[in-house]
Design a protein around this ligand. Structure first.
Ligand SMILES: Cc1ncc(COP(=O)(O)O)c(C=O)c1O
Length: 464
């Protein structure tokens, strides 16, 4: 990318853009493509992508109805559509955020306001000092971004208690019940996780809400990608009880397939979100509720008009389009799970209830205590190879793969490469691990091994 220092004289728009495009072709991961299964990323639908360009071209500031009535109206419409899509009550309030981390932040900020008021303190006005630490209870499925949100809210991520009943992180409902019983006099915040990143498994939201309702507890649901279970009748049961929670966070740039950055926070009682983020008490008038000032319902004031991409994709494909996409991904995940089960050298580590397949390479003859090294090495080879792209995780103490199927373009031939690639590269990983053991060293990084360029036109990573 040329010079390292700030150029004294510019090269002009066209020259700069040509340089940028050349560098992008060489260096960017193909994360918008159908073979990128790392993290839980998603791509951008054509309608969302074009609308996102328009948002940049128009450069609207989606603070309020004066700065951009266009963006505000689209946010109002599309937030209502999302509530419908996810089966959330129409009376809830909602706001577009930059992603699920900030959606969790917004939902938990509303929870913090509620928690303060329960103790007679307006936290936004008076701060947290003098209040006891907030009790926050969750399962082992809690995502680091929820902990980050807790930290940003000044609540202390170490205050979060994970009540797991097993190594996978499933919630211990008895422990949750007794924690709530013990804290009967205190307001408590519960984080329910709709979609564990390793397995796609869900906390039992309905049961957690039922316990919360017997006590003074707020339930926030992190549904970054798992909320899309609500879109299909085949998986809707996984989020049963969602509509009874107090706040929900979800991502747009994951399974909705809108470009970065887009997420959504929903809160049952508008006053808690408005109270947490409003810059003026006069906001709470009836007129404001009819025409919400979205810049006063979330952390940002000047805001990109993310509502354009959101509106366009929902308008273009509708409920049926999203249902078809989600169901195609569910079927693809089952297909990959079947391939894993049929392969003698692969081991599936978890049920596939949604779109994530958790498995590891386990060829015969390799002792258990060498499998983590082997899978880590294989993970590096998969990333280096680039035909498909997904990394490793640690699930129930084992290094494993967890490809997630979320891209609207992914088809069978793309998903089939997951198992094929892992098995093909497996032998090389075994050889590497054995060679490094013979040298008495840790396994060499896969990066030192030359990799043959892929023949395929669709790759997940640039080939050099
Ligand atoms: C369950 C869950 N919650 C929250 C997040 C954070 O989302 P974002 O990176 O969009 O802020 C993620 C991202 O992977 C996630 O999987």
């Amino acid at each position: 990318m040329g010079a390292t220092g700030l150029p004294e004289e510019g090269v002009g728009s066209l020259a700069a853009l040509s340089e940028l495009v050349r560098a992008a072709v060489d260096d960017s991961t193909r994360s918008a493509g159908p073979r990128f299964f790392h993290f839980v990323m998603g791509g951008g639908t054509p309608a969302a992508l074009a609308a996102d360009w328009l948002a940049s071209a128009l450069d609207q500031n989606a603070y309020n109805w004066v700065s951009s009535p266009f963006a505000a109206r689209l946010e109002q419409i599309s937030v209502a559509w999302l509530k419908d899509l996810f089966g959330l009550p129409a009376a809830w309030t909602g706001v577009i955020t930059t992603g699920a981390t900030m959606a969790n932040f917004a939902g938990l900020a509303a929870a913090r306001r509620w928690w303060g008021l329960e103790q007679g303190v307006d936290v936004e006005a008076e701060g947290l000092s003098g209040l006891p630490p907030m009790k926050i209870l969750t399962s082992g499925y809690v995502h680091v971004s929820a902990l980050k949100a807790v930290a940003m809210l000044g609540l202390g991520r170490q205050r979060v208690r994970t009540l797991s009943r097993d190594g996978a992180g499933r919630i211990d409902l008895d422990a949750l019940a007794s924690e709530l019983e013990e804290r009967n006099s205190e307001p408590v915040v519960i984080i329910a996780n709709a979609g564990d990143v390793n397995t796609g498994d869900f906390d039992p939201i309905a049961e957690m809400v039922a316990l919360a309702r017997k006590h003074r507890a707020w339930v926030h649901v992190d549904g970054a990608f798992g909320l899309f279970a609500a879109v299909s009748p085949t998986t809707r049961h996984l989020v049963a009880g969602l509509e009874l929670a107090d706040s929900v966070g979800v991502d747009g740039h994951k399974w909705l397939n809108v470009p970065y950055d887009s997420g959504y926070a929903f809160v049952r009682e508008p006053k808690f979100l408005a109270g947490a983020f409003g810059v003026s008490a006069s906001y709470l008038g009836t007129e404001a509720l009819a025409r919400p000032v979205f810049g006063n319902l979330g952390p940002e004031m000047s805001r990109r008009a993310r509502s354009l991409a959101l509106w366009a994709t929902l308008r273009a494909y509708g409920r049926a389009g999203y249902r078809a996409m989600v169901e195609r991904h569910l079927a693809l995940a089952q297909r990959v799970a079947d391939q894993v089960d049929a392969a003698p050298d692969l081991e599936r580590l978890a049920d596939v209830s949604l779109n994530v397949v958790c498995f590891r390479y386990r060829p015969s003859g390799i002792p258990e205590d060498q499998l983590d090294d082997l899978n880590r090495t294989l993970g590096e080879l998969v990333l280096e190879d680039g035909r498909v792209y997904f990394g490793t995780t640690v699930f129930a103490g084992k290094v494993a793969f967890r490809p997630a199927i979320v891209n609207w373009r992914t088809r069978e031939e793309d998903a089939d490469l997951i198992v094929a690639t892992v098995r093909e590269l497996g032998a090389r990983a075994v050889a590497q691990v054995e060679a490094s053991r013979a040298r008495g060293a840790m396994p060499a990084s896969a990066k030192s091994e030359p990799v043959e360029p892929s023949e395929s036109a669709e790759v997940a990573k640039p080939q050099r």
